[in-house]
Design a protein around this ligand. Structure first.
Ligand code: GTR
Length: 433
């Protein structure tokens, strides 16, 4: 009870503090004319001014220094992979989705010790097939929110309250089953020959600012350490690290081909899929859905959500060093086009929604466009065609023939069947044998 109360006060205090701090953040801008003057860091000039002329220069010098800068200044450094992952089957239904799929849930140990930490992966895969390509993703509401299949376990971990959907007292109730199903068209995915693998992100690190006492972080403190250093992993990096652990597990299975896994994420989890894909080159394809600030959108544009705003509302997402760039984006040694470029030459798909101006759709396209020369240097066709287009494509006209995919669709911040159709068309070209 004491713990519960102190938990309650910590959360209430952080909401109150965040509210006060937010009042001090300048109003978001939505007008291109108000974007502060800026120049994007050149992918082909090293931090010390040395030009990058060849693919080898990129691979051996420029990319490593870019990844180092993102880790040190923005997402935070993550620990190494554990030497092995242990897993345990929790449930299986050989006739899921009306008989066309196998559904399984498996617990994967993230940290051993007296009180081990586990995450539970839910997999829907086409029945009677092995070694299928897969979409690996994190979800916001628990595996049971992804589908109304009653065999899926109800997640008991901390959840954000949303009483209209049945999330009360920071717990999921039975009412929350299937509430996010529109974002997870499992049947459509399985019909096209892919597996869908998903994990509740809060299994890895609950999404609130508690000084990193819960979740995976505390397991990695040095002896006597009580606080993260300014360059150590925030929550986004921790979620991304969890995705890599899920891939470690998939490497041990026959049902999914771990060399053909697309990592996908929406919104804060789109920021996460980009960081996961850049940090772990075993991911064969990377998808960002409406990831916005800290994801695909260029920081220097400051449209919609800014660095100052995101660091104020969500102080736990990035490492503490990132706060140095509040109102000071031009000092960042990198910008998000370099995160996309760090994924090259592996295929990447960036998606925006036209009504989601908070995530700066144009800034997301410009990241893709400015990563294109790196993709071309590494021998791919980038955004496609002989020359990349400079303008964002028309709404609902997906660019999906190149190695960088992009679309801006009608509608709001969400994941829709339209989005999934583009991702699967793109994946068919890159992941199907
Ligand atoms: C918003 C946040 C965005 C985005 C979104 C989400 O509140 O400002 O950066 O991540 O949440 O994850 O749903």
């Amino acid at each position: 009870m004491r713990r519960c109360l102190s938990h309650f006060f910590t959360i209430t205090l952080s909401i109150w503090t965040a509210g006060n701090l937010l009042a001090q953040v300048p109003k978001p801008i939505y007008n291109e004319a108000k974007i502060p003057p800026h120049e994007l860091p050149d992918p082909f000039v090293q931090f010390d001014g040395t030009p990058v002329k060849t693919a080898t220069d990129w691979r051996t010098k420029r990319r490593p220094e870019i990844m180092e800068a993102f880790a040190r200044e923005m997402y935070g450094r993550s620990p190494k992979a554990p030497s092995h992952v242990t897993s345990k089957l929790v449930n299986r239904d050989k006739n899921a989705l009306g008989g066309k799929a196998v559904r399984e849930e498996i617990d994967i140990t993230l940290a051993d010790g007296e009180s081990p930490l586990t995450m539970r992966i839910l997999i829907f895969r086409p029945k009677g097939k092995e070694n299928v390509p897969a979409f690996l993703t994190l979800n916001f509401g628990g595996n049971h929110s992804v589908s109304s299949d009653p065999g899926i376990s109800l997640n008991k971990n901390w959840m954000r309250n949303r009483s209209d959907r049945g999330y009360v007292d920071n717990k999921a109730t039975e009412k929350t089953r299937g509430t996010a199903a529109s974002r997870w068209p499992a049947e459509m995915i399985v019909d096209r020959g892919y597996a869908l693998a998903t994990i509740y992100y809060g299994d890895i690190d609950p999404d609130f600012d508690d000084g990193f006492k819960n979740g995976i972080h505390a397991y990695h403190y040095d002896k006597g350490q009580e606080k993260l250093r300014p360059d150590q992993w925030g929550s986004i990096a921790a979620w991304a690290w969890g995705l890599s652990r899920a891939l470690d597990f998939l490497e041990t299975t026959k049902s999914v081909d771990a060399s053909r896994v697309a990592v996908f994420g929406h919104s804060r989890l789109g920021k996460t899929s980009l960081w996961a894909g850049a940090s772990d080159d075993r991911f064969a394809l990377v998808i960002s859905n409406d990831s916005g600030c800290g994801g695909a959108a260029l920081n220097r544009r400051r449209i919609g959500e800014s660095v100052t705003r995101i660091n104020t509302s969500f102080p736990h997402w990035f490492c503490d060093n990132f706060v140095k760039y509040n109102h000071n984006e031009n000092a960042l040694p990198v910008d998000q086009h370099l995160l996309i470029a760090a994924i090259a030459p592996r295929p990447v798909y960036i998606a925006s929604a036209i009504e989601d101006q908070w995530a700066d759709p144009k800034g997301e396209f410009l990241s893709a466009r400015n990563a294109d020369p790196v993709y071309r240097l590494l021998g791919t066709d980038g955004l496609g065609g002989k020359k990349p287009q400079d303008e964002s494509p028309a709404v609902d006209h997906a660019l999906k023939t190149g190695t960088i995919g992009y679309h801006v669709r009608t509608g709001k911040h969400d994941v829709t069947d339209y989005d999934w159709t583009q991702y699967m068309d793109f994946a068919d070209r890159h992941l199907k044998k």
